[in-house]
Design a protein around this ligand. Sequence first.
Ligand SMILES: [Zn+2]
Length: 392
Amino acid sequence: MYSSSIIGSTQTILDDFKLDGMMIRYSQFVPRLYNFCLSLGMEAGKIMPSRAFCSDESQGFPIILLAKQFGAFPFNHGRVGGIVSTDRHGPHATHGQDMMIIQASHVGYEPENQEFGVYRRIQTHDCHHSTNCGKISGTLKWYLDEYHFACENIFLEQNNNGQYQVSINNLLLHEDREEGLLLELEKIIAFDHNGKAELVRSLSTARCFKASNELIEQLKISKDDWPTGGGRAIGSLLTPELFKFRRQLNSEIEGAAQLEKNLIGAMPLIVTHPAPALAAAQILTQVEFDRTYRTIINEPGYNNRNLLFISGLHIDISPREDQIFPLTKFVPWAAYIQKTDGSHVILEQQELFDALIALDVQNDQQIDLEKEIQVMEETEEVQISYDFLSKK
Ligand SMILES: [Zn+2]
């Protein structure tokens, strides 16, 4: 099955997910999130928090803070990459009176060189860095490789008469490929009035066409970029409008391919972004909010319940060698709020940020995890009885 998404045609998608001025330090976000729940009419001690985070250990600090502030260990609603397991709504609904679900995809950030997509793994023998989110980065690799091949195998050149030409590797011209980067040829090469591509010459492994006026206009580059006497690789001038991807994806709902299904339509934007791992995590958060919200409103167990579903991005600040946890930042994206009378509303990014920031950062009901662990350690041990087995 070929997967595509209308989202890929929305060039503003990343611009609409603002990072500037939207980041909240996690330790100051979770108490506000708890107070937000109370402000919506939820009852202290009766809220069942749930999280849909990646399995990465870098997501542990947020989970610990959720347990501390909500006084309950959060239900696990997540799959690798921050995909929501929507088939777990029913069980979650039975575990508490009021419902809070938080979804977040994540990206690492190394402050030393201001790089997104990497994270120091303190438990490795030499504390080296690796990709973060590893699942997202692993998924992106095939698309980035395909894109870089195209960047290096499409050439711009100018003939002696000043005509702009574009040479394209034959592999990129096979439009019936089951998988690969597909060029939007009508935007790249000129076609005559009969709809036939204006072929200039055939080379051994490529074909040379007259460039389309749209390409010439779109690139808006100097004559030096259309050199004479030889081609110049198109490189980063291969912009998202000029190609798309096709890939065989498993049609299994929410299986391993869900993350890739969420991203494939927006991949041209992601692979041309200066920080692909960041762009992918943002888009994943956006798609997961939309997808999950539609399953929540159709879940009978959530009917007429106080419920908050919030999505955002985790930016995991790579820890120094002397730090146990990352200084994670939360960037809110959107929230769905539902009340027991059936009324509901969606808050967009700015409204959600403003609502959170307006709340008190103090939470008097937070628990002392060390003390609670000590209580459990000191409580008289319960002996498990097997007597019923012998009575059978
Ligand atoms: Zn991850």
